[in-house]
Design a protein around this ligand. Structure first.
Ligand SMILES: NC(=O)c1ccc[n+]([C@@H]2O[C@H](COP(=O)([O-])OP(=O)(O)OC[C@H]3O[C@@H](n4cnc5c(N)ncnc54)[C@H](O)[C@@H]3O)[C@@H](O)[C@H]2O)c1
Ligand SMILES: O=P(O)(O)OC[C@@H](O)[C@@H](O)[C@H](O)[C@H](O)CO
Length: 454
């Protein structure tokens, strides 16, 4: 079967063809993962179609050469399939102008970061990359230094990772190494679209829909949202015309999404993986789980922050549960569960701390922590092995191997559990209680007992 390329575009169904001819490059993106392709690349294609401009994307892969090879062989083209119970729609995106591999083409990447034609840098490099002196930080620092030497043309560096205050966190990491001119900004964003890792099913779906082979294909839910702080000194694509919300205040949107959607996603992931469910949608069918999640949303998450004006956290949470429950979106529980040490603090522990400050009981928050502990132990309730894919795996495993209670050992990991929380007797005793129940009876029986008791 022919490969997806500019030459083969005339053979695919007209409604799936790109809506633009790739213009000049104006954006560098670091981290060519599935999410970027299904989110920022789609918004950018639609923004170019609606508002024009030289805003094509130069993709920079920080690690793998596989995605670089696949996209180069396809002239930068790839497809995005929106999947839901209602059906599938595949479209090809032509917003990518160049593809580079950071480790082997470092000077080309730093040269590009200094190029005045580049006015925006975006990133999706996962939470764990935001560490002082990481390869991603060093690359950006070198690029910004080269840009300063070139006269510091204006630049916005936009983190699109799931992190609280993502823009300020990134700025702080870069500012440790280079004095930042006012012409470089770090807008904060809230990004949302459920994009599971591509599988053979994704590639087969595209072969059927388009009649070509696409090795960079991604699939996603139809829903997408992007709230961006409007701080672009060198201009930006007309993302607003593509449906993004440009605002001065991203914070309430970010809290809403990270605490509700991501907090609940992680909850389903840990309980679901330990109970033996492969996907988030499958896990949601576990008796009692939806009731517990609704309690979590209404009694703890919604009490922990002030949502954007006019938004009900409970209604938003109901919509999130509907999105998660769509069986067409096959997000694996173990994928959402990975890197828990990086995710738990902002997805769940901040909710617990803020609701404790308001005098509330962290009942479900403590259950999530106990479920993460059971997951970290590496076996499901039926004895199947579970992968601990986490940058802190060595420290977590060392705590698990130490003598004493698993709960006390893991709560002593200060990088995850702040001292204030670990010292909170009510929280501690609830985590102990849930951990005992999960260990003695398993997830399903524990959830059924909650249902029976409420
Ligand atoms: N997938 C989603 O549903 C979704 C939705 C919203 C936000 N996000 C954000 O996007 C991120 C990436 O998700 P994805 O689905 O594209 O994952 P992915 O596994 O497809 O891609 C991850 C990308 O991050 C890069 N990366 C990984 N570790 C890195 C490191 N230490 N330094 C630099 N780069 C590194 C990889 O090279 C790859 O390009 C998530 O961590 C999250 O912050 C994802
Ligand atoms: O992408 P991660 O690893 O940060 O988190 C896994 C999921 O919770 C996440 O990707 C959600 O699907 C996403 O944040 C929805 O917008």
């Amino acid at each position: 079967m022919a490969r997806l390329t500019k030459d083969s575009l005339s053979t695919i169904p007209a409604e799936a063809r790109p809506t633009i001819d790739t213009p000049g490059v104006g954006i560098v993106h670091l981290g060519v993962g599935a999410f970027h392709r299904a989110h920022q690349a789609v918004y950018t294609e639609d923004a170019i179609a609606a508002g024009g401009g030289d805003w094509a994307i130069a993709e920079v892969a920080p690690n793998s050469t596989a995605v670089v090879d696949a996209m180069r062989a396809q002239d930068g083209l790839f497809s995005v399939t929106s999947l839901s119970g209602a059906g599938a729609r595949t479209r090809v995106i032509a917003a990518v102008g160049r593809v580079l591999h950071a480790p082997s083409e470092r000077s080309a990447v730093t040269g590009l970061l200094a190029d005045p034609a580049i006015r925006v840098v975006t990133l999706t490099v996962t939470e764990k990359a935001y560490q002082p002196g990481s390869a991603m930080v060093k690359l950006l620092v070198d690029g910004i230094r080269a840009r300063i030497i070139a006269g510091a043309p204006p630049l916005a560096v936009v983190s699109c990772d799931n992190l609280p205050s993502n823009g300020s966190q990134l700025r702080a990491l870069i500012a440790e190494a280079v004095e930042l001119p006012k012409t470089v900004t770090f807008p904060r964003t809230m990004v949302d679209r459920i994009v599971p890792a591509s599988t053979d099913q994704t590639y087969a779906l595209v072969r059927n829909a388009l009649g070509v082979e696409d090795q960079a294909a991604v699939e996603a839910e139809p829903y997408k949202q992007w709230v961006i702080e409007d701080a672009f000194p060198g201009g930006r694509p007309a993302w607003d015309l593509a449906g993004a919300v440009l605002t001065d205040d991203v914070a309430p949107w970010e809290q809403l999404k990270l605490r509700t959607l991501n907090g609940v996603h992680s909850t389903v992931a840990y309980l679901g993986a330990v109970a033996g469910y492969e996907t988030i949608a499958d896990a949601l069918r576990m008796p009692g789980l939806t009731d517990v999640l609704r309690q979590f949303i209404a009694d703890e998450i919604a009490q922990s922050f002030t949502p954007p004006p006019g938004v009900s956290v409970v209604e938003y949470g109901d919509e999130v549960l509907e999105r998660f429950a769509d069986p067409a979106v096959r997000y694996r529980t173990v994928q959402v569960a990975m890197d828990g040490s990086q995710k738990l603090p902002y997805r769940v522990l901040r909710t617990v701390l803020d609701s404790r400050a308001r005098g509330l009981s962290p009942r479900v928050g403590a259950l999530v922590v106990a479920a993460w502990m059971r997951f970290a132990e590496g076996t499901a309730d039926d004895g199947t092995a579970l992968p601990l894919n986490d940058p802190m795996a060595p420290q977590i495993k060392a705590k698990l191997a130490a003598s004493g209670s698993v709960v006390d050992q893991l709560l002593s990991l200060r990088e995850i559990f702040p001292a204030e929380l670990a010292a909170d007797e009510e929280f501690r005793s609830l985590v102990h209680e849930w951990y005992r129940a999960l260990t003695a009876h398993g997830v399903r029986a524990t959830l059924s007992a909650i249902g029976g008791a409420s």
